[in-house]
Design a protein around this ligand. Structure first.
Ligand SMILES: Nc1nc2c(ncn2[C@@H]2O[C@H](COP(=O)(O)OP(=O)(O)OP(=O)(O)O)[C@@H](O)[C@H]2O)c(=O)[nH]1
Ligand SMILES: [Mg+2]
Length: 332
């Protein structure tokens, strides 16, 4: 542990949010391992909530409303707002700052915007670390907001205990979600902008899509909200608490946390492997091409040291595990 880490740890342990902020910055720059080692034992207390959905659906407005509700219930809160599309977080920050301003003066609320691309382990790396540090710091509730583009909503579901998928009427969201496989990871569905004339149509679409899924155990509730007016937020909060209670009573929480841990470890291992292998491929390529090597022998040469160090396991089947309690598409 460096002098800088010790300084951060001292602030952190004194309950100073600057310590938390700086710990997250360390993780973002790929230097958070020592602090994680010191603090990981304190994690596991917080209720972590992933909030995802298309751009502009109202995620930040929902976050802000949920922060208010959690604070009214006496909970301290951390918010991580992730921009998965950019290595810079500037874009995401502005809108979130505006939407979350009323909470900035509350010392029990900690808000952090971050980019995930370009960081060690992607979303699972930097964001996973931020969530863990907030948890260790003692935040009761942690909200992770991420805009749904490509795989990010699936990734957020790997990290969070409870995943909220938000949609808005009149945008074709439901079709997009079905395509992206996002339906299967939702623990709670939200139709935000319930003031929109097409809101009931969207509700009906979601209902009929849900009929195509087999739910083992938990059936995701469908909540309508009008986040900017605070309408339906109480119901959404209740749905989150109900899912949390379900996870604890069914014993699924342990499995889910194990899967989240596995996901983070996998991201770190695969990330490092990829970077190392990538640089070797680049370095070797010119020589192989000049010699007229075929792709297989080029790959075999590059893999030789790895094959020696990591002989195939007895069971070489993919180790990816599906978190418990997730829906599957009927007939598959
Ligand atoms: N009509 C209506 N507008 C809403 C509602 N909730 C949020 N909005 C508005 O929708 C716009 C987008 O809200 P945000 O909370 O920034 O949405 P977001 O999903 O966080 O957006 P990105 O972070 O950019 O993806 C803002 O102008 C909000 O005021 C609602 O229930 N009804
Ligand atoms: Mg936002």
């Amino acid at each position: 542990m460096t002098e800088r880490d010790r300084e951060i740890l001292a602030l952190f342990e004194a309950g100073n949010q600057r310590g938390l902020a700086r710990a997250i910055s360390r993780a973002e720059s790929g230097a958070g391992a020592a602090l994680m080692h010191a603090l990981f034992g304190r994690t596991g207390r917080a209720l972590t909530i992933g909030l995802t959905g298309p751009p502009g659906v109202g995620k930040s407005t929902l976050s802000s409303a949920l922060v208010k509700t959690a604070r009214a219930a006496g909970k301290s809160v951390g918010v991580v707002s992730v921009d998965p599309s950019s290595p810079f977080s500037h874009g995401a920050i502005l809108g979130d700052r505006i939407r979350l301003t009323e909470h900035f003066v509350d010392p029990e609320v900690f808000i952090r915007s971050m980019a995930s691309r370009g960081h060690l382990g992607g979303l699972a790396g930097a964001t996973g670390d931020a969530v863990a540090f907030m948890d260790a710091f003692g935040k009761d509730v942690i909200l992770i907001e991420t805009v749904g583009v490509g795989q990010s909503e699936i990734e957020i579901a790997e990290l969070a205990d409870t995943t909220i998928v938000a949609m808005q009427p009149g945008s074709g969201d439901s079709v997009q979600l079905l395509k992206a496989g996002v339906l299967e990871v939702a623990d709670v569905f939200v139709v935000n902008k319930a003031d929109h004339p097409m809101a009931l149509v969207l509700r009906r679409e979601i209902r009929s899509m849900m009929e195509m899924l087999d739910f083992s155990g938990w059936v995701p509730p469908l909540v309508s909200t009008q986040a900017d007016e605070g309408v339906g937020i109480g119901e959404l909060w209740d749905a989150i608490l109900a899912h949390d209670a379900y996870l604890r009573e069914s014993g699924d929480l342990a499995g889910k946390r194990r899967a989240a841990f596995a996901h983070r470890v996998r991201a770190l291992v695969m990330g490092e492997l990829q970077r190392r292998v990538e640089s070797r491929i680049e370095a070797a390529l010119d020589e192989n091409v000049r010699r007229g090597d075929d792709p297989y022998e080029t790959a075999a040469k590059l893999l030789a040291p790895l094959r020696e160090a990591l002989p195939p396991a007895d069971d070489d089947s993919p180790s990816a595990q599906i978190a418990p309690g997730r829906a599957t598409v009927k007939g598959l």
